[in-house]
Design a protein around this ligand. Structure first.
Ligand code: UDP
Length: 468
């Protein structure tokens, strides 16, 4: 154990530079900070800039990236030159691998020397960049790994050596068309293109995910603690497959109104949608969001817009500035005029506050794991629209295991039609079973993070340890 006697513990938290990784690690950091432990949260510069700019534009009262509590936001360079394309995740990862250990060593030395009574005693690394744990150990800090996706997503990754041995995967990490992989009868089986690293529309990207997945077993062996965003009661079978896993979720945002920059949004939040929701009847609104990465083709965007219109239901739709294949959306002729007050479109929503709003009836979601956990935590049924990676498996959990949602199916041409969209919206509104089940799952999650619950106790064990 790395803690030097007489020195106060100080945690370094290092996320993978993507929205769905930065946000949950910040939620964990806030939870740690609330126990009186100082946390330095380390982003690469371009991500830090986005977060600070978004916070300023959302809140209008944030001076800089510094927090008002025990959290300090700081940066390290990503090792790339200013003109390099930061959307090239392969090159970015390669550069981070080469340069981050040096930058982190410098950062830890500087924290240790400038805070006389403190010492970086623990480094929490996102599981995708677990190789920084070697730096943590060299610097005398305890190596901790945080896994943002579901336990099932991690379990299937840890199963890769067996899948390779048995010849179930090709060199891209794809399984044969008709094969199904089952790890337990209590976990939905995986079909082709449902694996954690699956990215069927771009096999190059899939290969990077797959290679990245291959390093995770070593990371887990190296880590002294393996924290997971999941909740044991939700995924007990998957949790039981991973020795040493400590489920501490669902991690939620705090009620602190000054926590906007802590939310670590990459886009400014548009809180006007909360006032719009206030005027709608309870349980009447379809909330639509595809997270931070998924994009829609123009044809698909048109079908979705017309499907929402056809449903006649009120909707709140997050249309990121890059949702339409990287560009601003263009809507079908007359769509905005026809839906009028029935529809509200924002660039980025305060998602948890939306999901916890009484007017929200259901969540049309890409089923990213963070969005999934947030929907579960607030008792919101799902309309599932997954794209890649773990999203299909999360959909299977939602529809088949927890029975709190329905799939919006693709036609053979790869499009989800307006009729399919309205049919499924109606199905969700007309069958009370989905909401009933969602409320049971909400209660289960609440119990787990509440005093004495499983996630609560696991987190307490961890935080008591680092406080010693
Ligand atoms: N999110 C948000 N506002 C939005 C859309 C998304 O705050 O308008 C947050 C959402 O609450 C979640 C994260 O962005 O915490 C997205 O993570 P997720 O794993 O669901 O999807 P990803 O972006 O990784 O595909």
């Amino acid at each position: 154990m790395a803690v030097i006697k007489g020195k106060k513990p100080h945690v370094l938290a290092v996320p993978f530079p993507a929205q769905g990784h930065v946000k949950p690690l910040m939620k964990l950091s806030r939870q740690i900070a609330r126990h009186g432990i100082k946390v330095t949260f380390v982003n690469i510069e371009c991500i830090h800039e986005k977060i600070v700019a978004a916070a300023k534009m959302s809140a209008g009262d944030e001076e800089d990236g510094q927090e008002d509590d025990n959290i300090v936001l700081t940066t390290v360079p990503d090792g790339r030159s200013p003109d390099d394309d930061r959307n090239d995740s392969f090159k970015l990862l390669e550069s981070l691998r080469n340069t981050m250990p040096g930058f982190l060593t410098g950062l830890i030395e500087s924290i240790n020397s400038s805070n006389g009574d403190e010492r970086v005693s623990c480094v929490i690394a996102d599981i995708t960049i677990g190789w920084i744990l070697e730096t943590a150990e060299k610097m005398g800090a305890e190596p901790v790994v945080f896994s943002p996706p579901s336990a099932a997503a991690l379990a299937i990754i840890l199963h890769i050596p067996r899948l390779l041995e048995e010849g179930n995967l090709d060199s891209n990490g794809t399984i044969e068309k008709d094969e199904m992989i089952s790890l337990s009868e209590n976990i939905p089986a995986w079909r082709q293109n449902e694996l954690t690293w699956s990215f069927p529309v771009d096999l190059e990207t899939q290969k990077i995910f797959f290679e990245c997945s291959l390093t995770i077993e070593k990371t887990i062996i190296q880590a002294k603690w393996l924290l997971s965003s999941t909740c044991y009661d939700l995924e007990s079978a998957a949790c039981d497959l991973i020795p040493g896993l400590l489920p501490i979720g669902p991690l939620l945002e705090t009620k602190n109104p000054k926590s906007l920059s802590n939310s670590c949004n990459f886009h400014p939040e548009d809180a006007s949608c909360l006032r719009w929701l206030d005027d709608k009847p309870p349980g009447s609104v379809v909330y639509v969001s595809f997270g931070s990465l998924a994009v829609l083709s123009q044809q698909q965007l048109d079908e979705l817009a017309l499907g929402l219109e056809l449903s006649g239901r009120a909707f709140l739709w997050v249309v990121r500035p890059d949702l339409a294949n990287g560009s601003r959306a263009v809507y079908p002729d007359g769509f905005l005029e026809r839906v009028g007050e029935l529809g509200k479109i924002v660039d980025w929503a305060p998602q948890e506050r939306v999901l916890s709003h009484r007017s929200v009836a259901c969540f049309l979601s890409h089923c990213g794991w963070n969005s999934t956990l947030e929907g579960l935590s607030y008792g919101v049924p799902f309309l599932c629209w997954p794209y890649f990676a773990d999203q299909h498996h999360n959909q299977n959990y939602i529809c088949d295991k927890w029975e709190i949602g329905v799939r919006i199916d693709l036609e053979e041409n790869g499009i989800r039609t307006r009729h399919e969209i309205t049919t499924k919206i109606e199905m969700l509104f007309s069958d009370g079973m989905f909401k009933e089940n969602a409320m049971k799952v909400k209660a289960m999650c609440g119990k787990s993070v509440g005093e004495g619950g499983c996630s609560y106790k696991n987190f307490k064990t961890f935080v008591d340890h680092i406080r010693k």
